[in-house]
Design a protein around this ligand. Structure first.
Ligand SMILES: [Zn+2]
Length: 170
């Protein structure tokens, strides 16, 4: 499929994603949304389902939570996320620190996971981005899963998604 981008607008929660590849569904019934301006999450799923047990080849979840800036330490929060995902067998393979998202410091880590679903064995890849928006005082986590054998196809779309998030009004 030729990749084109669509734009996701969630004005009430001040979240805009400017570049979502059409390999992720724009159909509202596949977009799970909950929460409010201070705390919430939105989940997107890929159109392609190559295995019914696994479900959508890939999904991306964006989560945000209001936090006081004085309580904020990016390195610590990233370490906590790595430890939490380790509990469900996600192994971190690469950490990219000191990236910038708009004016916010961002860390992205990559990982992989082996799991059993209904007695079947699946290998998946993970991309996880974390940044704090000082302007709206919200912590953002973006977590993407993808079947390992489809990762090359999804990776760029996941990174474009992350890099095109508008977390505060201009
Ligand atoms: Zn921001």
């Amino acid at each position: 499929m030729l990749q084109k981008n669509w734009k996701y607008l969630n004005i009430e929660n001040q979240i805009v994603i400017n570049k979502i590849s059409n390999i992720y569904s724009s159909d509202k019934k596949f977009i799970k949304k909950e929460g409010n301006l201070d705390e919430g999450r939105i989940e997107f799923k890929s159109v392609q389902i190559s295995d019914d047990v696994w479900g959508a080849d890939s999904d991306i979840t964006i989560e945000w939570k209001k936090l006081e800036a004085s309580h904020f330490h990016l390195g610590k929060i990233v370490n906590e996320s790595i430890q939490n995902y380790a509990l469900i067998n996600v192994t971190t393979s690469k950490i990219e620190k000191s990236l910038w998202h708009l004016s916010h410091e961002m860390t992205i880590w990559y990982g992989n996971r082996q799991q059993m679903n209904r007695r079947r064995y699946f290998v998946s890849k993970v991309i996880h981005a974390t940044f704090f928006c000082e302007l709206t005082q919200r912590l953002f986590h973006i977590h993407a899963n993808c079947l390992a054998n489809a990762f090359d196809y999804y990776k760029e779309a996941i990174l474009n998604f992350i890099n095109s998030i508008q977390c505060h009004a201009n």
